[in-house]
Design a binder for this molecule. Sequence first.
Ligand code: ATP
Length: 191
Amino acid sequence: MTGGLLIEADGLGAVRGERILFSGLHLSLRPGEALVLRGPNGSGKSTLLRMLAGLSQPATGEVKSSGAHHWLGHRDGIKPHETPRQHLTHWARVWGSTLSPEGIAKSMGLERPMDVPGRLLSAGQRRRTALGRLLLVERPIWLLDEPFNALDAEGRDLLASLIAAQLELGGGVIAALHGDVPFGASREVVL
Ligand SMILES: Nc1ncnc2c1ncn2[C@@H]1O[C@H](COP(=O)(O)OP(=O)(O)OP(=O)(O)O)[C@@H](O)[C@H]1O
């Protein structure tokens, strides 16, 4: 792995059914850098993110990373009966976080729906809860699949500032996005 990189992927290929989604893909992520994955629906952005997260095996090539990651997929991963407080408390316990889940929920604008079960939360409230997981433990690499989906203007600003803080700390972010990029992204990878 080339010195100082957070992630380096070389010769990555993905095949789904009869279709080659991408091949020979090279990608690297440096500390303090954000990378935006672009491409039309079905081009393989989620597939690539899952490979980078180690959740899916590439057909060719390999992924090397030098640190732990947070992965945020399309689905928010909140159970129907689970409240934001319970969700963040659960993950705080699993990851050994010393931070207050309630404090994080509040900072994500979830003070009011803190004890509302997942099935009754709005899409934006579920997304804010899922994003709260990123704050429970510091991890240098954030892999985010369309993280701005369902967020209102204030939520978008909030996430943009969280990403800016992550980069400021020397972390890196790879995000699949449609539409405009509400944070300073240094490079784009187009699929
Ligand atoms: N496990 C799987 N088995 C078969 N096909 C799959 C599998 N996972 C993804 N695909 C297919 O691979 C293609 C790429 O899917 P992917 O979700 O990576 O695209 P995407 O670029 O993230 O799309 P979108 O912008 O719609 O989110 C799609 O045609 C999808 O149906």
